[in-house]
Design a binder for this molecule. Structure first.
Ligand code: NAD
Ligand code: IPM
Ligand code: MN
Length: 371
């Protein structure tokens, strides 16, 4: 049996609570395989790492992340660390992982499970059967562009500078990921930028168009300004198949898309690097789209589905365990069909379950489906 090594980085807030759920699912797959299909090691990241080492991720943890077959990440941040120096704030740990592992492609699928068609803030008919994929560029743009600073202008004024930078190769490679994935789906890509205001938007559109003309003429491509795209997502979300966009627009559009599925607690993600030319393996990190949810930390109410579905993406994209990934996705749907609802996806006044009960419902569904 091939053994896959996972580095688990639970992080802060609800991170450890939902990572415990992922741990139970990993244990289930190990039991089913009758051996160590997965080995795990757990380490600190974010505020937890800052408290222990004074940095949001230690060099040792970075080395482990580089060596692992995949990283599973919970969430980082929270009010406890609001005043720590900018360079060592919890979120810097996640950004360093993305940058140093060169995880340029962030896949954020927004799927509305049949049982949750009523859970969205939008009308049922708008979201029923929804299956869209946001492909977010993750290692460039305004997140990493230099200069990034607050300058003292010396006259009692300061100037804050963030810089949006994109090179052709960065746009090309994310466009290819989007077109390749569209071919496995409904064959349509919406490229979202703001070419009407930003030079990076002008280049973005130009490059995406060129990539399509050269190598993907069979894929439908439309260009949509990012503000309109946000509006269209809540107006008529089913018009989309794959949306490709830069780092910042992808961050915002994916939180919007999350609500179409019922809750931010439903959205998983995969962050992928380029395939290694010799081994074909790609560095990868899997994490929910949501954050550390300080408002519900410690209450046992966090929805573990985004985290568990992120592990399903690891099965699919890192380990080629497609049947196992399908099984896990089906188990999530079955648990929802059985009526299990954490508070974030329950109608007002309805009975709810906590993180542990939702996890147990998914494990029970795995047992039944695999029997
Ligand atoms: P958040 O995503 O943590 O929470 C937004 C809202 O969604 C909250 O009301 C929260 O309770 C709810 N929510 C989120 N996940 C949930 C889940 N699994 N189950 C039920 N409800 C859930 O965003 P925020 O409050 O703006 O940020 C809190 C902290 O998290 C900040 O420090 C931020 O930087 C950080 N953050 C981290 C990540 C990450 O680690 N990838 C992502 C986003 C935000
Ligand atoms: C996300 C988060 C991160 C981002 C933060 C925590 C750095 O919001 O993964 O969506 O902005 O990318
Ligand atoms: Mn975000």
């Amino acid at each position: 049996m091939t053994t896959h090594s996972l580095l688990l980085l639970p992080g802060d807030g609800i991170g450890p609570e939902i990572m415990a759920s992922a741990g139970e699912v990993i244990d289930w797959f190990n039991r089913r395989a009758g051996g160590k299909l997965f080995t795990t090691e757990t380490d600190l990241v974010g505020g937890a790492a800052y408290d222990a080492h004074g940095a949001a991720i230690s060099e040792e943890t970075m080395q482990k992340a580089l060596a692992a077959d995949a990283v599973l990440f919970g969430a980082v941040g929270g009010p406890k660390w609001d005043d720590v120096p900018y360079d060592v704030r919890p979120e810097a740990g996640l950004l360093r992982l993305r940058k140093d592992l060169q995880l340029f492609a962030n896949l954020r699928p927004a799927i509305c499970y049949a049982a949750l068609a009523d859970a969205s803030s939008l009308k049922k008919e708008l979201v029923e059967g929804l299956d869209i994929l946001i492909v977010r560029e993750l290692t460039g743009g305004v997140y990493f562009g230099e200069p990034k600073e607050i300058r003292d202008l010396g006259n009692g004024q300061k100037r804050a500078v963030d810089t949006q930078v994109y090179d052709t190769f960065e746009i090309e490679r994310i466009a290819r990921v989007a077109f390749d994935l569209a071919r496995t789906r409904r064959n349509k890509v919406t490229s979202s930028e703001k070419r009407n205001v930003m030079k990076s938007g002008v280049l973005w559109k130009e490059v995406v168009e060129r990539v399509r003309e050269a190598d993907y003429p069979d894929v439908e491509l439309e260009h949509m300004l990012a503000d309109n795209c946000g509006m269209q997502l809540v107006r008529r979300p089913k018009q989309f198949d794959v949306i490709v966009c830069d780092n910042l627009f992808g961050d915002m559009l994916s939180d919007v898309a999350a609500m179409l599925t019922g809750s931010l607690g439903m959205l998983p993600s995969a962050s992928l690097g380029a395939p290694d030319p010799t081994t074909g393996r790609r560095k990868a990190l899997y994490e929910p789209v949501h954050g550390s949810a300080p408002d519900i930390t410690g209450t046992g109410r966090a929805n573990p589905i985004a985290m568990i579905a992120s592990f399903a993406m690891a099965l699919r994209y890192s380990f080629g365990l497609v049947e196992e990934a399908d099984l896990l996705d089906k188990a999530i749907a079955t648990a929802l069909d059985s009526g299990a609802r954490t508070a974030d996806i329950a109608p007002d006044g309805a009975d709810t379950v906590g993180t542990e009960e939702m996890t147990a419902a998914i494990i029970a569904a795995l047992d039944n489906l695999a029997a």
